[in-house]
Design a protein around this ligand. Structure first.
Ligand code: MF3
Ligand code: CO
Ligand code: CO
Length: 277
């Protein structure tokens, strides 16, 4: 395992890539309505990334992935391929955006309620909220000296407290000039001792950059891949939710590169040192 510690100039590029990825999610929000197809959402994002941001949509042709974003509706866990499917009121959908700018990746996803929160079932709302809390509980464990086990344990504990399950077959990842770099960022603590030892061994150091992206199911954790060889769905057809940020370990904690406007306005988050002056 080799984790790439980013240099200050590289970190500046990661900030820009992260901000662009977040801006795509802000941009697409008004289009996420009943009747729109996921293919149309893909085209809007693609054109925005390529023409407005002068950036590259990382998923397109990545290991053969055919589209520029991932769209995962209801029981789809992740890697949903945009297509002719129309959104309908009450659906929950994850849109996952990864852009490459100046050679560096920014990777982020969020859940949207089609037709607004009021159209969603009580279960869907609970799942989406708890998954968002799982993401932030994971992020809050990031500081020098803590390990990947701290992140995994806090996510897993929160999901289980609400009687939800944690998907184990997909994880977060180091990110930088590579889309998926070392380390693997698990969202659960493995029971197998040598696997857990691998998480314990990754001690956070300033300049490490990675994603945290928990996938949480309302039912069981098991996942099936569809015949398209990408779309991951819950085996028991239960609802699934996911949120993702790209972040960096700092001297004192973390810096999230993919904050959206709503998160910046909220102002609940620690500002970067240079912004405090
Ligand atoms: N954005 C996803 C992640 O968070 C990866 C998508 S790979 C793709 O890691 F090929 F499906 F696009
Ligand atoms: Co990712
Ligand atoms: Co992603």
């Amino acid at each position: 395992m080799s984790i790439i510690i980013k240099t200050p100039p590289q970190i500046e590029k990661m900030r820009i890539a992260g901000r662009l990825a977040a801006e795509v999610l802000d941009m697409i929000e008004p289009y996420v309505v009943a009747g729109v197809t996921t293919g149309e959402l893909d085209k809007i994002c693609h054109d925005y990334i390529v023409n407005t941001q002068n950036a590259i949509p990382a998923p397109l042709n990545y290991h053969g992935f055919p589209k520029s974003i991932c769209t995962s509706i209801n029981h789809v866990v992740c890697h949903g391929i945009p297509g002719d499917k129309k959104l309908k009121d009450g659906d929950i959908i994850n849109i996952d955006v990864t852009v490459i700018k100046d050679g560096f990746h920014g990777d982020t996803s969020k859940m949207f309620y089609v037709g607004g929160e009021n159209k969603a079932s009580t279960l869907a709302k609970r799942l989406v909220k708890v998954t968002h809390e799982c993401l932030w509980k994971g992020i809050e464990q990031v500081k020098p000296g803590n390990t990947l086990t701290d992140v995994a344990a806090s996510i897993q504990m929160h999901a289980h407290k609400h009687h939800f399950s944690v998907v184990e077959v997909f994880c977060g990842h180091g990110i930088g000039q590579g889309f998926h770099e070392d380390p693997q960022v698990m969202h659960y603590v493995p029971k197998i001792p040598y696997e857990k030892a691998r998480l314990d061994a990754v001690v956070f150091k300033p300049g490490m950059t990675f994603t945290i992206e928990p996938m949480i199911n309302a039912g069981k954790k098991q996942v099936t891949i569809l015949r398209d060889e990408w779309t991951a769905v819950t085996k028991d057809k239960s609802l699934s939710a996911q949120w993702e940020h790209t972040l960096m370990v700092t001297e004192t904690g973390y810096e999230v590169f993919t904050l959206r406007q709503e998160e910046i306005v909220d102002n609940k988050l620690p500002l970067r040192q240079e912004e405090m002056t």
